[in-house]
Design a protein around this ligand. Structure first.
Ligand SMILES: Nc1ncnc2c1ncn2[C@@H]1O[C@H](COP(=O)(O)OP(=O)(O)O)[C@@H](O)[C@H]1O
Ligand SMILES: [Mg+2]
Length: 197
């Protein structure tokens, strides 16, 4: 598949872009069950960073499924491809010097590892947005758990499809215990540590 192609190197590299933007390009990868709080926290973090003058962009699971990944469903193969593509896209954004916030369920450890490798280990932080399935079902921000109860959704993570918990995440956010603001603040603190050197 990679026959007859070769990498064409540019004259501007990640470092040069980072110097221009005065920040480090990185991927902040939020993983967790549906309704755990990934999108909510990422939106808050994006706002706070933007207000501080950072160049930041958010890639959200649902949003990406409207476009780039609209051809993909929720079978194990499609979920794997969903995350493979977004891992590659996030790596490009980080290479462009952006603080890239990625909020996808990303249930498989292997997919998250691929994303980490694509961005480069030094540019990647895994954030486990943790809430048990009962809490997520009670919140049910998109009415999905109710649909699952009615038998209208197959392959639903945490119920009829697996979620592989991160073994060694850079940050765990227990959204049952923390407010949205506190959760966002923890992520900001982690990012700020990466930005001072
Ligand atoms: N600490 C918290 N962090 C994030 N969301 C929280 C928190 N506490 C309660 N919530 C609520 O949980 C829901 C999370 O929904 P959402 O962000 O769409 O989840 P996900 O993107 O993980 O599917 C929202 O209704 C949000 O208001
Ligand atoms: Mg979401």
């Amino acid at each position: 598949m990679v026959d007859n192609i070769s990498w064409h190197k540019g004259k501007i590299d990640k470092k040069a872009r980072e110097e221009k933007l005065k920040q480090k390009g990185m991927v902040i990868w939020f993983t967790g069950l549906s309704g755990s709080g990934k999108s909510t926290i990422a939106v808050e973090v994006e706002k706070l960073l933007f207000q501080k003058g950072r160049t930041v962009y958010r890639l959200d699971g649902d949003n990406i499924r409207y476009g780039l990944n609209k051809d993909l469903g929720f079978s194990p193969e499609d979920r794997t491809e969903n995350i493979r593509r977004i891992g590659e896209v996030a790596a490009l954004f980080a290479d462009a010097g952006l603080i890239t916030l990625v909020s996808f369920i990303s249930p498989y450890k292997k997919g998250r590892e691929h994303a980490k490798k694509a961005a480069g280990e030094d540019n990647f932080k895994e954030v486990y947005v943790k809430a048990d399935v009962e809490t997520c079902a009670r919140r049910d921000p998109k009415g999905l758990y109710e649909k699952v109860q009615r038998g209208e959704i197959d392959n639903f993570t945490g119920i009829s499809a697996p979620y592989e918990e991160p073994e060694n995440p850079d940050l765990i956010i227990d959204t049952k215990k923390l407010t949205i603001e506190q959760s966002a603040q923890k992520v900001i603190e982690m990012i700020n540590k990466e930005l001072v050197d």
